[in-house]
Design a protein around this ligand. Structure first.
Ligand code: ZN
Length: 235
């Protein structure tokens, strides 16, 4: 039966704390691995840019078609005007006026078609930018995933080694000391064993009375901090 050595508990606590820190880090990596939001966001932006370009192209087509149709109709009327067939002077004058009005409208329609063309150019540039951005985000993600997997594997190996070392340490530690240690750990507190530095408990920062300190110094019995209950270790 191993006798009580508080130093065993300190070493066990260090090993188990390191293992827990690794598990926490691994959980953070797992969460990052599961989070595809950056790629999803870039894809959404690209999708929106493609739709905007599609809409701009439709508008341009409509504007150009409108301008062309208007022009064709004006030409027809001009041809009728110049032939002057079967028209009274009053009808001719009305038609001339109509053609002037139509040409004014034509300028507006042509201007609209030009603006629609500019809008297509802008939308095309936006889509290109979104494509480049999405590709860069994906490439970065692939690199990051590879890095995370490499790190996770390294953590697994280190965790395994720590768990084995902790198990070996437990096998060599006095069962009564382990029970006390595990009880304190199970309470959910951060430490079961507290080092004493300059006569003060490192966990609660309160000074240890001299008689308690004397007993703790041997390291061969479990002496607890009178204020926080940690097992004291004078190293
Ligand atoms: Zn304390």
């Amino acid at each position: 039966m191993p006798f009580i050595r508080v130093s065993d508990l300190v070493e066990l606590q260090d090993l188990e704390d390191q293992a827990q820190a690794l598990r926490d880090e691994a959980a953070t990596l797992e969460a990052e691995l599961a989070d595809e939001s950056s790629v999803g966001q870039a894809d959404e932006q690209l999708h929106a840019a493609k739709e905007a370009l599609h809409r701009a192209e439709l508008s341009r087509r409509e504007a150009e078609q409108g301008a062309e149709e208007w022009q064709a109709k004006t030409r027809e009327e001009e041809a009728r005007l110049y032939s002057g067939k079967g028209m009274t002077p009053r009808e001719l004058a009305a038609m001339e006026h109509e053609i002037v009005t139509r040409k004014e409208r034509q300028r507006e329609l042509d201007e609209d078609a030009l603006l629609a063309m500019d809008a297509v150019e802008t939308a095309r540039t936006d889509r290109q930018r979104a494509q480049v951005h999405a590709a860069a985000v994906k490439e970065e993600r692939v690199g990051r995933v590879a890095e995370i997997e490499r790190q996770a594997e390294e953590f697994r190996q280190r965790l395994l080694a720590l768990e084995e070392a902790a198990a070996r340490k437990r096998a060599l530690t006095s069962p009564s000391a382990l029970r006390a240690y595990d009880r304190l750990r199970a309470n959910g507190r951060r430490k079961a064993v507290a080092r004493v530095s300059r006569g003060t408990c490192a966990y609660c920062r309160i000074a240890i009375p001299n008689n308690v300190l004397q007993r703790a110094r041997s390291g061969l019995e479990l002496v607890t901090c009178p204020s926080c209950g940690c097992i004291l270790y004078v190293g």
